[in-house]
Design a binder for this molecule. Sequence first.
Ligand code: 2BA
Length: 109
Amino acid sequence: MKLVIAVVQDKDSNRLSNALIKAGIRATKLASTGGFLRAGNTTFLIGIDDDRLEEVFSIIKANCKVREQLVTPVSPMGGTTDSYIPFPVEVQVGGAAVFVLPVERFEHF
Ligand code: 2BA
C-alpha cells in the first residue's frame, strides 16, 4: 500500500474529489496554504493499493490543470523602497505536486 499526498489548486479540488469517488478511491482533503504564493490550495491524502497507483496518477493528471498566476514581490532585498515599483511576475502553478510514501501498516477500525 502507498500513501499519495497531492497538493492541488483549489479550483481543481472538487473535480478531483468527484473523479476519485467515481473510481471508488478513498481520499481525505486538507485545506493547505502554498509556502511561496501564500494562497490556499488543497492537499489530498489517498491511501491506495500498489496495483492502483497508476490509476490514481492518471486521475490526478486528468483533473488538475497547469495555470499561470501573477505574484507581486513584496520589496527588494535590503535596498531602499523609495524608487521600488512592485512588478507582478508570472509563475506556473500545478497541475499537482505529488508525493508517494510507503505505508507500513493500515488498519481500518
Ligand atoms: P506554492 O509554494 O505557493 O508555489 C506556487 C508556485 O510558485 C509553484 O507551483 C512554483 O511554480 C512557484 N514557486 C514555488 N516556490 C518557488 C520559488 N522558491 N521560486 C520560484 N518559484 C517558486 P508548483 O510547483 O506547481 O507548486 C504548487 C504548490 O504545491 C505549492 O504552492 C506548494 O504548496 C506545493 N508544493 C510544490 N512543491 C512542493 C514541495 N517540494 N514540498 C511541499 N509542497 C510543495
